[in-house]
Design a protein around this ligand. Structure first.
Ligand code: K1U
Ligand code: ZN
Length: 167
């Protein structure tokens, strides 16, 4: 297994639209293992393949308290969404930044698992938020893009300052 490098916002590669996985095979499963190890090590509760510069529709997620309930979503599609919730989000590609985002409260998602079988999941609350956040990554969208232009400009300046200080 391996820890993968996570792209950092505003890396333009985070805006790449991920392609559908045509065949779930051993290469896919190896990537999933590495993504899961990277997510747990970060630590985080989700990771989209886009964030590790692989532009295929693959997500790993674990929102359990004991970090022992790994979920895998390949080629996820939202069949139905309802309600509204607003909550603070973070992102491993934008470390240290937490902002409120408004999302659907409930989603029904259909995806393939790591053996290529199709499943449907009805999610609500934080799990639903994570699914929407990670699916945005696959569409090339980072959560900070929900913020006002003013906030995004301030955020980019803050991140640039941080980068300068780290050099
Ligand atoms: O997409 C990502 O970078 C993962 C992200 C998922 C997420 C968190 C919160 C709301 C929406 C989506 C993270 O995991 S950020 C880190 C984080 O939230 C966390 C880290 C350690 C323990 C608990 C949470
Ligand atoms: Zn993220």
């Amino acid at each position: 297994m391996a820890i993968l490098q996570i792209l950092q916002y505003p890396d333009p590669r985070l805006h790449t639209i991920a392609k559908k996985v045509l065949q779930v095979n051993d290469i896919t499963r190896k990537l999933i293992k590495n993504m899961a190890q990277t997510m747990y090590a970060a630590p985080g509760v989700g990771l989209a393949a886009t964030q590790v510069d692989v532009h295929e529709q693959i997500i790993v997620m674990d929102v359990s308290e004991l970090h022992n309930e790994l979920r895998v979503f390949i080629n996820p599609e939202i069949l139905h969404s309802s309600g509204e919730q607003e909550g603070e989000e973070g992102c491993l590609s934008v470390p240290g930044i937490y902002e409120n985002v408004r999302r659907a409260d409930k989603v029904t998602v259909q995806a393939l698992n790591q053996t290529g079988e199709s499943f449907t999941l009805e999610a609500e609350g934080f799990l639903a938020v994570c699914i929407q956040h990670e699916m945005d990554h696959l569409k090339g969208k980072v959560f900070v893009e929900y913020l006002s232009q003013l906030k995004q400009t301030r955020l980019r300046a803050k991140l640039k300052k941080r980068q300068r200080e780290a050099m």
